[in-house]
Design a protein around this ligand. Sequence first.
Ligand code: AKB
Length: 317
Amino acid sequence: MREEKILVIGACGQLGRELTLALKEKYGKKAVIACDRLEPARAKVSEVKYIRLDVMNKAHLQLVMVDEKVTQVYLLAAMLSASGEKDPSMAWQVNMDGLLNVLELSVRYGIAKVFWPSSIAVFGPESPKINCGQHAFTIPTTVYGISKLSGEYWCRYYFEKFGLDVRSLRYPGLVSHKALPGGGTTDYAVDIFYKANAGEKFSCFLKPDTALPMMFMDDAVRATLELMDAPRDNISVRTSYNLSSVSFTPAELAAEIRKVERDFQIVYLPDFRQEIADSWPASINDDRAREDWGWSPRFGTVEIVKVMLENVNVEKV
Ligand code: AKB
């Protein structure tokens, strides 16, 4: 059996940091290589080997894959929905070129498994708002959503055409306290806790009644590992699986925070991100993930609020 060598690209992002740690716990320190565009001093990765890598640099990616005898790739580098709208062509390049580089090289070098994240952003205004299904209309309105939907089809194409075992999840907004999100429409659901903990007023860029699907990071990391561990034959969705946990509005989240932080104050100043949020479903149906590989979330809104308020700390991120 080949020794496992797992390349995590985008290891310094919100999901990347925690997934890298979880993979290290599971496979051991030597089995994981973290990559990101940051120079090592800023990357602050000490747990596993770190390589500065831009996924758009195909020649460098190829070198790393060969030199390190990589067996699995987790490609997490992406520009999210809000930053993508500010620079659409860059978002398209980062999100698509990076994926195509990884898919092509993975086939060439016999990579056993690839993970690539999709998002609820593949859905659009025509999709059902409530309990949006796996095969509902997907007509995204953001560059990020378009790139994720196109990426899903590329993943399926590489599986069908070349047998590449590439697996994917449509993440909702991720709530975490170990690393900050950046450039997303759901970021408010992390930022709010830093203000609440500091006793400061929070200015929310979405309207109070904007319900969106969300998930605590521990659930998201576990879902990823469970998907990647599932027997190949169980994976019936080769685009990307709907994945669901909780849905809440900013007002509901603020009310839950106020049960602990009684004086917490929030004001609503919606900006361009409101339109993006309005185009997404409020809740997701993830029956397929539950049926195929036994997915079940563990954190509800109450638990998320409790853990976040206990753990957010500006100095840690
Ligand atoms: C974003 O808000 O862009 C992301 C996402 C839902 O994929 N968090």
